[in-house]
Design a protein around this ligand. Sequence first.
Ligand code: TRP
Length: 329
Amino acid sequence: MSAKRGRVFSGARPTGRQHLGNYLGAIKNYIALQDDYDCVYCVVDIHALTTLETTHNLKENTLDMVLDWLAAGMDPKKSIIFIQSHVPEVTELHTYLSMVTPLGKLTDLPTFKDKVRENPNNINYGLVGYPVLMAADILLYKADTVPVGVDQAPHIEFTREIVRSFNYHYSTNVLIEPKMKVTEFPKIIGIDGQLKMSKSLDNHIEMAGTAEETTKRVMLMVTDPARQRRSDPGNPDICNVFAMHKIFSSPQEVSMVNVECRRAGIGCVDCKKLLAHNLNKNLEPFRQRRAALAQNEGAIWDILHDGSKRAKVIAEKTMTEVRDSIGLP
Ligand code: TRP
């Protein structure tokens, strides 16, 4: 492990079955980093508790998400895969970090303001501390590289500030300032053709849906709104179906669609059928691996428990150093 370039840490809330946006925006990168870095991937179940709507079915949602991770190629032999709450040292570090965190900094964060706007009736203490807990995740495992989407940039910057603040305050260098590694693939738009793909907006396409379900979702995709009739020429540059063809279809098919859409040689229905076909072809091996893994639920929990054990070794060492540097008796 030591020959690697450094340690990666990333976390995701247990949101159940993953969709194409999760895959292209995050999971694919998690998998790609496994060979070059010593990777730690965490299901952040404690973070999920900060918002009411995500506190249900935590076990089931964890299992579904981890099945998608594993079927996509996350490898427990290469990476540590574990559940945040199984290594409770993170909550202790969170508490210590909170002492060097100015409250105003937390309430100023754009992510906090978004949550307040979305859910004004549930502004709890834990929600304010969300970024402190995220910093604790990263710092507990001494990660130097954090692959996340651009929306998380303020949290990584906040983590760096907290490191400087802690290290200065306690005259130490136990905590390491992490770098962010932006993983955002060109933003994946949902089937509404407008907003970022997300489960809560119900504009997503699941990775592990059946071929029929996947085709059905693709057929619902919103195309160039100016193209009203089959005989109208379309503009692939603003069409989300074309954007998906660029990811899942062959170069020949992409250029065919590009040309034929502009001169109304291909209609939206046929264009989507082709996309659905290619998407299903791409996803089929993944679905088979997932179905095989799902046969043995116990083995998945074993992987997660083994991951927690390995994570705990790192966490305990960091906490000893942290407590020492604070000077706790
Ligand atoms: N806040 C991240 C998100 O919503 C999830 C997260 C929690 C995380 N802890 C982390 C990401 C540590 C990277 C590193 O996507």
